[in-house]
Design a protein around this ligand. Structure first.
Ligand code: SF4
Length: 367
């Protein structure tokens, strides 16, 4: 289990080691063909800031070598904003007095029809954690309904048991995103004060349960803004390295969500600027040539237009972060504000103008 490895590390020592990296460490990391976790620390360190252009060129080259000039498109489909957890940064948090909504099967199909007509083949189910109304049965039904229309169904919901994942995979589930939010266990507790999500270790072990269940792809990441992003990304890399060795048949993706405004939200403890996010994306690509890197509509148009060439392989487009936000309940409360509100067609146009190909579908499961 990853917990055994995680317990061998101390947050403050890791942080000190990252901030102690020198330009010589960065140059060594850039020269190598295969990079270690120590090299990754150098690439995300403040010492790497003057090397950003060199990192961007290398990241661009490595990404094109493995993925070509392609950007895979997906869209989130929020099914419910009911949640039994209190998370300080989320508009769906239990203590927020908002109207709660969970889509019925009929509404799921209505939303799906709309997204399909926009051209999407890759849909990401998102819910809060409300096991009585949005439990495993509800999710199985949703995956089964959506699998009839979409080539690829992913899920970002509460952590589940291995048997539940096995059952959802048999319904057609392809990918599960489970972000640790922060690997700083004490700060994690400050931000997750009530509900099942307050169990740090259960969340930490979720990718292990997914790997054992035989999921096709796992998405990892932290919520940037809760803690020092460099240290948090080191732990994400440590987690990924463990998972790749342990569950080698599974693919992996990394996301970089920065804390966004939402109803009842806290201010970020740490603010990451655009240049630092570029550094992080490039560092990930240079560290790992195989991992998929994804960028959501949380980011601005301008930022997304530029990051395409620097290592990203997947993007959402035209997203709504409220249940029924596309057709059935457009006014319901969103989880967080999006920044890039262009239509999918406009995003595709931008991708093509940049010389890349927008990929709607890269997966088909055969019975
Ligand atoms: S982040 Fe997820 S678990 Fe936490 S309040 Fe929001 S929807 Fe619920």
């Amino acid at each position: 289990m990853f917990q055994d490895i995680f317990d061998q590390y101390n947050w403050d020592e890791v942080k000190q080691s990252i901030y102690g990296k020198t330009s010589a460490d960065v140059e060594t990391a850039l020269r190598k063909n295969k990079r270690s976790l120590e090299d990754f620390k150098a690439l995300i360190s403040p010492a790497a800031t003057p090397y950003l252009e060199q990192m961007a060129l290398l990241s661009n080259r490595l990404t094109q070598k493995r993925f070509g000039k392609t950007i895979q498109l997906y869209i989130p489909l929020y099914l419910s904003n009911e949640c039994q957890n209190i998370c300080t940064y989320c508009g769906f948090s239990l203590h927020n007095k908002i109207a709660r909504k969970t889509l019925s099967a009929f509404e799921i199909v209505q939303e799906a029809d709309y997204l399909k007509q926009l051209g999407f083949e890759h849909v990401l189910i998102v819910t809060g954690e409300a096991n009585k109304t949005v439990g495993v049965d509800y999710l199985e039904n949703a995956v089964t309904l959506l699998k009839k229309q979409f080539a690829n169904v992913s899920m970002e919901v509460q952590p589940l048991e291995q048997e539940a994942y096995e059952s959802l995979i048999s319904c057609g589930l392809h990918t599960v995103l489970v972000y640790q939010e922060t690997y700083h266990s004490a700060d994690y507790k400050l931000h997750h004060t009530k509900g099942k999500k307050s169990n740090f270790n259960y969340r930490l072990a979720t990718p292990d349960r997914l790997g054992k269940a035989g999921i096709h792809k796992i998405g990892l990441g932290v919520l940037i803004g809760l803690e020092d992003w460099r240290t948090d990304n080191f732990f994400t890399a440590l987690h990924l390295q463990y998972l790749e060795r342990m569950y080698w048949q599974t693919r992996y993706s990394i996301s970089f969500p920065r804390l966004r405004p939402a109803e009842g939200l806290i201010e970020p403890k740490v603010v990451m600027n655009d240049k630092e996010l570029v550094q992080l994306v490039c560092a990930w690509r240079i560290f790992n040539e195989e991992v998929e890197l994804s960028m959501s509509t949380r980011e601005t148009e301008k930022f997304r237009d530029h990051i395409i060439q620097l290592g990203i392989t997947g993007m959402s487009a035209g997203s709504r972060t409220n249940p029924g936000g596309y057709v059935t309940a457009v006014e319901s409360l969103e989880q967080f504000e999006i920044d890039d509100d262009r239509s999918p067609a406009e995003v595709v146009n931008m991708i093509e103008q940049t010389g890349y190909k927008a990929v709607w579908k890269d997966w088909e499961a055969f019975a």
